[in-house]
Design a binder for this molecule. Structure first.
Ligand code: OAD
Length: 245
């Protein structure tokens, strides 16, 4: 991949950089993106129909089992070169904020400690009623495990359709987007709000917008630099050319 000299200089000079990632960055770790068809038992369901408060109310066990299956899938996967490149980038840019919509924990595993998780994390489990977190639970139970404090149903600590994002995480993300010099949108279809509007907030405040995605998205026409391809290939090369060489 060829990076224009002015693009390389811009990145070297920037002190405030934000990256927003989506399911595409984990695709090369072997995880399906959110909008890809599911496999096996779950092929008949659309993720958006399971990741909702409505679905949990209707059939808590079905939703619990889907997340147990997803937790199992995540257990076996490792970060890929895209995750590691972002962890390396963090060491070179003075004010770097990584914002993710992913719930898989792979950025953290790759070494990105200061992470804004907009949609939560599937490895955390809490009570649906009293919000108490629990460290241990059974995934193989007949019915959804219950909270040891209030008896409410346990659920993953993720944001479902119909729910608000964690306020502190969203505020930190909006502030970072509004004040950065360069905003990267990586491996996200950019169709789910409010995450999708972060790139526009950055654009409206004068940031340079860079997109890395396997295919065009609604953000593409607004981006200043577009790299079409796999983030696990483009990011390591970019970090090497800009900050390491
Ligand atoms: P999507 O599944 O909507 O989009 C994945 C994006 O990654 C697509 O635009 C693909 O073109 C791109 N892509 C796939 N493989 C790639 C690769 N190797 N390198 C670069 N790009 C690649 O996932 P998100 O945008 O993350 O929310 O979805 C956003 C939110 O929608 C999710 O967090 C989830 C869902 O509703 C909740 O669960 C609340």
């Amino acid at each position: 991949m060829n990076f224009a000299p002015e693009f390389i200089s811009l990145l070297r000079e920037t002190s405030k950089l934000v990256a927003l990632t989506g399911a595409g960055v984990s695709q090369e770790s072997g995880l399906r993106t959110f909008r890809d068809a599911q496999t096996g038992l779950w092929a008949q369901y659309k993720p958006a129909e399971l990741a909702s408060t409505e679905a949990f109310r209707r059939d808590p066990k079905l939703v619990w089992d889907w997340y147990a299956w997803r937790r199992e899938a995540v257990k076996g996967v490792r970060p890929n070169p895209g995750h590691y490149a972002l962890a390396q980038l963090a060491k070179h840019v003075p004010e770097f904020r990584l914002i993710t919509q992913n719930v898989d924990g792979l950025h953290h595993m790759a070494g990105n400690q200061r992470l804004i998780e907009l949609h939560g994390n599937i490895q955390r489990v809490r009570c649906a009623d009293c919000y108490t977190f629990t460290e241990t639970w059974g995934d193989d139970t007949e019915s959804v495990p219950q909270c040891s404090v209030c008896g409410g149903l346990l659920r993953p600590d993720v944001v479902w359709f119909g729910e608000s994002l964690p306020r502190d995480q969203l505020e930190a993300a909006v502030e970072a987007a509004r004040t950065c010099g360069v905003f990267f949108s990586i491996g996200t279809s950019g169709v789910v709000q409010p995450a999708a509007s972060l790139a526009l907030a950055a654009h409206n405040h004068g940031a340079v917008i860079v997109e890395i995605n396997a295919e065009p998205t609604p953000l593409t026409p607004k981006a200043d630099f577009v790299f079409q391809g796999k983030s696990g290939e483009i990011l390591p090369e970019l970090v090497k050319v800009v900050w390491v060489e």
